[in-house]
Design a protein around this ligand. Sequence first.
Ligand SMILES: [Zn+2]
Length: 81
Amino acid sequence: MSSRLAIIKNFLRFFRCSCGGRIRPSIVFFGEILPESQFLKAEKMVLNCDLLLLIGTSGIVQPAPNLPSLAKETGVRIIET
Ligand SMILES: [Zn+2]
């Protein structure tokens, strides 16, 4: 185990639920399926925004690249870093 991984695991052991289970961040890890309700919510937000900021994404891993495509189709302005 790399020292960096050991440090992260040691740090995460402090984040436990009252039931003893692990608490994880509210994110989707690589390889996990994005919950459909969350993606529908994101689509709705894109359709109702004036400006879409694309920050820190490769734009490759699906289904995220669909969001800027949707924005372009509907005329939403996009700023990409
Ligand atoms: Zn719990």
